[in-house]
Design a protein around this ligand. Structure first.
Ligand code: ADP
Ligand code: 5GP
Length: 207
């Protein structure tokens, strides 16, 4: 029986280590996972490439994607729009890959509403002080943007208990392992195995 992929949402405060963790997960299990690439109206950071980190688009292009219903969800985050293109996610899940969306909270809750089997994971550093250190240490944002993102984290923390699991990113390797195990356990959920249940029931009746 062909196994469909799991849809996984990974959210967490900016600087919590989501990108770093997902790179680790994909390096360790490249065949099993696919990372959805979002569209955004944010400008690329140094080193970021179109089609690798994001599809960087204009506000007009983003508006067209909304009109054409090409996005599973979208949200505005600190002044820029971000959205998840639908076709890639659907194709990869059909092909049996577990698809990961690294998106913020408003988007995560919209995805869960649309696809109730979605696994929602929230990544947090062990302490708020470590969050600030990581965000500053990354060196990719101005002081003002860092302050905005830390303020936004206060709001995001209000929604942490709507997630299925909280992953504490202290030791990176431990956290990558925990993430992999949680996702793979999701394949065993009753709701993902309806066809198997029906088949076994039928077979039992024929014995
Ligand atoms: P996010 O994608 O959540 O915004 P990043 O993956 O960019 O976060 O990580 C923010 C910074 O924290 C980066 O400089 C990264 O190297 C560092 N970092 C990530 N995970 C850890 C960890 N477990 N321990 C120490 N530093 C980490
Ligand atoms: P960044 O600018 O740091 O790359 O991302 C800012 C925030 O936008 C992060 O919290 C990230 O998870 C979120 N994000 C990235 N892509 C999407 C998306 O497609 N949809 C939504 N809702 N949020 C996204």
């Amino acid at each position: 029986m062909k196994r469909k992929g799991i849809l996984v949402v990974v959210s967490g405060f900016s600087g919590a280590g989501k990108g770093t963790l997902l790179r680790g997960l994909l390096e360790a299990h490249r065949e099993q996972y696919r990372l959805s690439i979002s569209a955004t109206t944010r400008a690329p950071r140094t080193g970021e490439e179109y089609g690798r980190e994001y599809f960087f688009v204009s506000k007009e292009e983003f508006g067209q994607m909304i009109e054409q219903d090409a996005l599973i969800e979208y949200a505005c985050y600190v002044g820029n729009y971000y959205g998840t293109p639908k076709d890639y996610v659907v194709e990869q899940m059909e092909a049996g890959k577990d698809v990961i969306l690294e998106i913020e909270i408003q988007g995560a809750l919209k995805v869960k509403e649309r696809f109730p089997d979605t696994l929602l994971l929230f990544v947090t550093p062990p302490t708020a002080a470590k969050l600030e250190n990581r965000l500053r240490g990354r060196g990719t944002e101005t002081d003002e943007v860092i302050r905005d993102r830390l303020r936004r984290a206060v709001e995001e923390a209000k929604y942490m208990d709507q997630y299925d699991y909280i992953l504490v990113n202290d030791d990176l390797d431990v956290c990558v392992k925990e993430m992999h195990e949680l996702i793979q356990a999701q394949h065993l959920r009753t709701s993902k195995n309806r066809a198997l249940i029906a088949e076994i029931r039928e077979e039992l009746c024929c014995l």
